[in-house]
Design a protein around this ligand. Structure first.
Ligand code: 5GP
Ligand code: ZN
Length: 115
């Protein structure tokens, strides 16, 4: 399957395009953030690049500035929603629990997190 076809079938590309509804938390030219549908913390936000990359390794290789920007957006969300503390998780690959193959940062905050 080509990259274009993967993107066409991609759940998060459809969310970014507004074809599937989501609870928007933040948006700019390159980046979109929305509430996770199945939150694992009091505040659980997904931050994604608008361009389709399969995982954080591909993003780091092809657009490192966007990866850094995602970390800044995560910090800003944690400051707005809580006291600035947050956990940033990129599940990468099936064995790590990645289920959506459009890179996304899980931002977990809003409470004291379990270790
Ligand atoms: P992964 O398991 O790939 O690291 O994370 C995928 C995340 O996407 C999961 O936490 C899951 O709850 C979330 N998710 C899956 N489908 C949807 C959806 O349609 N809307 C939203 N807002 N989150 C979703
Ligand atoms: Zn996508």
């Amino acid at each position: 399957m080509s990259e274009a076809n993967e993107a066409n079938d991609c759940l998060f590309c459809k969310i970014i395009a507004g074809e599937i509804p989501s609870a928007k938390v933040y948006e700019d030219e390159t980046t979109y953030a929305f509430k996770d549908i199945n939150p694992k913390a009091k505040v659980h936000v997904l931050v994604v690049p608008k361009r389709h990359y399969a995982n954080v390794a591909e993003l780091a290789e092809k657009d490192p500035a966007e990866l850094a920007h995602i970390a800044e957006v995560a910090a800003s969300i944690a400051r707005d929603a809580y006291n600035g503390s947050f956990r940033l998780v990129f599940n990468t690959g099936l064995d790590a629990g990645q289920t959506v193959f459009h890179v996304h940062a899980h931002v977990l905050t809003g409470e004291t997190l379990d270790e």
